[in-house]
Design a protein around this ligand. Sequence first.
Ligand SMILES: [Zn+2]
Length: 88
Amino acid sequence: MVTAGSGRKAYWQCPREHAFEAVIVKRVSGSGCPICANRKVLAGFNDLATRHPEIAADWHPTKNAPLAPVDVVAGNLACAPAVSPPTM
Ligand SMILES: [Zn+2]
């Protein structure tokens, strides 16, 4: 049994069905999905190659190694936060 305020980690699923791990107390204090928040890259969703293939095409093949365009977050996305707190 876990109580609110627990320092335990747990797995969560955001409205966009991203699975992520977070400490329970951080979720209670408003922290949400790190992928939707662009704090974590998910290939095929918010990576540079997916969001901006025209820019990824200019990616230097050796100077960025081992990073590839699929390994970096594209930046600000034109999407609403999926984890906004409920409004009264
Ligand atoms: Zn998400």
